[in-house]
Design a protein around this ligand. Sequence first.
Ligand code: GDP
Length: 455
Amino acid sequence: MSNRTVAAVSTPLAVGGIGVVRISGDDAVNIAAKVFKSVSGRDISEMKGYTACFGRVFDSSGEFDEAVLTVFRAPKSYTGEDVAEISCHGGVYLVKRLLRAVLDNGAYPAGAGEFTKRAFLNGKISLTQAEAVGDMLKVQSDYAARAALSLHDGVLFKEISEVKNKLVEISGHLCAWVDYPDEEIEEISLDEISDTLYMAKDRLSKLIGSFDSGKMMREGVDTAIVGRPNAGKSTLMNLMAGAQRSIVTQIEGTTRDVVEEVVRLGDLILNVADTAGLRETDDVVEKIGVELARKKMEQSQLVLAVFDSSDTLNDFEYSLIDELKDRTAVAIINKIDLEQKIDVDYLKQHFKYVVQISANSKDSLEALTETITEAMGFNFADPNAAMLANERQKKCADTALTACSQAIECLESGFTLDAVTVCITDAIECLGELTGESAAESVIDEVFSKFCVGK
Ligand code: GDP
């Protein structure tokens, strides 16, 4: 695969300012020279890295667009190979015709993520850095962008490599001991082995511990809006979503299903479910809605409990407040524009985070955002710190952690040193799989299959 020169459209196949066809491989520049002619008559095949040239693109039927050719020379390119990027006008027909011309002149169509895969195979980036490239295309918030950039900068790779290198060091000593028991080999004390294993366990545990919070910040916090009928749940949902999504009426039991929406509040992404009002009901459909609401509430990471402040608390609400005592929840005291009857002190005593708003006024959004951010704030890991970015990485870290714990157990219960060595070798393998250094081809293929063609 790596000897072939490949090409793909690297911009979306839609009308845009420019469209870019990227070519990578030994023949990249020669192929570019067969479809691109410099206006000044410059010899394309002699172009140096990091240079650009203005000209026209053509195929067997003649010239069809103006374009700019940018050349990168191996190894100083995205893929580590010679790369030619031709930027033409961003019309779907033009870009497709340009790609066709490039393929007709000897390039092979690039597979999904093939440019990034080549960067990985050519040692330009680690597997975790390649995954960061994929993440960058999906980010939706400043936090997620910063986390993806840190991953791309190699912060996780560095952390994992440090742990791995320490394990490799002690494993080297242990293997030598086990294989050559009679030789004079530099001493390493059991304490040193134990210290390294505890250090590895501690650092891996920290990474695993911050996985859920990092994921919440990148992909959104599962949030349930709950409360009695007519408290203003749908109005709140609409306020947060910035548009009318849930049906708002004065008739109790209007939201019978669960309405879901991804909303952004400041730096937070919330995957919000607006649920049916919690109350006793004989209506079969509404009953199902109430059960769904309960389920959503149980599964969510954040609960927004809405209270109608123009009324007193009812029995349902007292038991809801009790149910929420150990959860991350915000009490939203709604309808503060009306005459107040609710026991605000009671709510303040039972909820750590309370905000008083009028859900039908946009002015409430600021206080709401502030309180919800505060409620979630303690949950979040520093986006600039080393963080596991996906389930694949988490699984590798989990298995490595288990192997380290087993190594400690073997060491402390007086097993032979080769038992300890086996566990340490397992941990090293898992960490190598995490960074990609010892990942199986199938794992690598799986990672890049999630990329789009052209990346
Ligand atoms: P839900 O059943 O909890 O989803 O409640 P809705 O969002 O459908 O609201 C019930 C009623 O309360 C509607 O008539 C809303 O317009 C009204 N309402 C919601 N929020 C406020 C508010 O802050 N102030 C006032 N005065 N009315 C509100």
